[in-house]
Design a protein around this ligand. Structure first.
Ligand code: FES
Length: 404
């Protein structure tokens, strides 16, 4: 479906997607939903279609996420989203009174917008600032310790075109502008990030640390908050430095190395930069296309099937047959690595998967331990048999279950 989103939004979408590994692009969905909200003020059907289009998902998948999180709005929203905490702590301190007063004053209820399109009111369930209660936020910036009167003052000023200063954080922006930041783009307003200082309860831990002489070695508390341009520049310099520090790749293709005679000739032939790598004494060096490319090495962890990952998570110490008969891997990394330096092969993953499923013993408490349908059915059958034989279940059932 063709959508109407601007070139700028499409460019930003590409930038967001580029932050994630190529085969993990769907992870970009959350910031992308903020991005489409930044253009339209809410996640419209067109926004859902746009996200689905650029990520190769279907609209049901995008809709399932968009409807799960309250920060994604499903209908047009005002310039300022006023959220009043009515959860326990704030409620005890008067949060409900603040909300009720605002609702009456503005003539709107929860998730409704004033006729002039300025304010959308909502009640919120804990805004993670209980020590400042009762709190309300405007476009997610905090107004601490509010009462009905100050809350009304804030919305009146907003409707009159003013921008009251939050208790903490940057000066207010519109909800669309905030959505751009939530999509992961810097607040470009001059000095906005450093506008507001933290509140005293937030600094309590710092004060105690200072009082008791607790500090983090090497940490500079005066580290300045950098602008996006400065951060980008620093990141580029760090990347260039890391690239320069990398050892040059071993040029296996420069001169085929013969190690079969046990002479252990170095693969780094004269004139090849970088640390010399001993040739595999048990066989010839790998051809350049196998050892010279890093692509498969980088993607190797992603070659694992979901079953392998699940088995490794549940049984990190399970023994996996190592087809290369070399030293065992570190716990949790049981996909066999070819000791001659090649990336894991499909057969290795299958062996690890088989071992993982085999090691994933059925839970005696009747819960399926494996993820594949056959394993679940088998586990249920065996669990039922164990329960029938032992009454309440085998004694080791809790042990097995505890590993989950
Ligand atoms: S209860 Fe209101 S911020 Fe937590």
């Amino acid at each position: 479906m063709t959508t109407t989103f601007t070139d700028e939004t499409r460019e930003r979408a590409r930038e967001i997607i580029a932050r994630y590994p190529a085969d993990r692009s769907r992870s970009a969905l959350l910031p992308l939903l903020h991005l489409v909200q930044a253009e339209e003020g809410y996640v419209s059907p067109a926004g859902v279609a746009f996200c689905a289009e650029v990520l190769g998902l279907n609209k049901a998948q995008v809709g399932a996420v968009a409807t799960f999180y309250t920060m994604y709005k499903r209908k047009p929203t005002g310039d300022f989203l006023v959220s009043v905490c009515t959860n326990t702590m704030c409620n005890v301190l008067g949060g409900q009174e603040v909300y009720d007063t605002l609702a009456e004053h503005l003539g709107v209820g929860h998730d409704e917008t004033t006729a002039d399109g300025t304010i959308t009111l909502e009640h919120a369930e804990c805004l993670a600032a209980c020590d400042y209660g009762p709190v309300m936020t405007v476009n997610y910036d905090f107004f601490d310790g509010v009462d009905a009167s100050t809350a009304v003052g804030v919305v009146d000023e907003l409707r009159a075109g003013g921008r009251p200063m939050p208790t903490r954080g940057a000066r207010l922006c519109t909800l669309k502008e905030m959505a751009v930041q939530l999509a992961g783009f810097a607040d470009e307003r001059d000095g906005a990030v450093a506008d507001g200082g933290p509140g005293e309860p937030t600094l309590r831990g710092l004060r105690l640390a200072q009082q008791h002489g607790v500090s983090v070695p090497g940490f500079d508390p005066n580290t300045p908050i950098r602008s996006k341009a400065e951060a980008d520049k620093a990141a580029a310099e760090a990347k260039a430095k890391a690239e320069a520090a990398k050892p040059a790749p071993v040029e296996a293709s420069a001169a085929p190395v013969k190690g079969g005679d046990g002479a252990s000739a170095p693969t780094g032939a004269a004139g090849v930069a970088g640390p010399a790598k001993p040739a595999d004494a048990t066989g010839p060096a790998k051809p350049a296309e196998a050892s010279g490319s890093t692509t498969r090495d980088v993607k190797a962890p992603d070659d694992k099937s979901p079953q392998v990952r699940t088995a490794e998570t549940r049984q990190p110490d399970a023994t996996v047959p190592d087809v290369n008969s070399a030293a065992s891997d570190a716990p949790g990394t049981k996909v066999p690595a070819d000791r001659t330096g090649t990336a894991p092969q499909a057969g290795d993953a299958r062996a690890a998967e088989a071992a993982g499923v085999a090691a994933n013993a059925p839970a005696g408490d009747g819960k399926p331990a494996g993820d594949e349908a056959g394993a679940q059915e088998r586990n249920l059958t065996e669990a039922k048999a164990g329960t029938d034989a032992d009454g309440a279940g085998p004694a080791d059932a809790n042990e097995t279950g505890a590993q989950k």
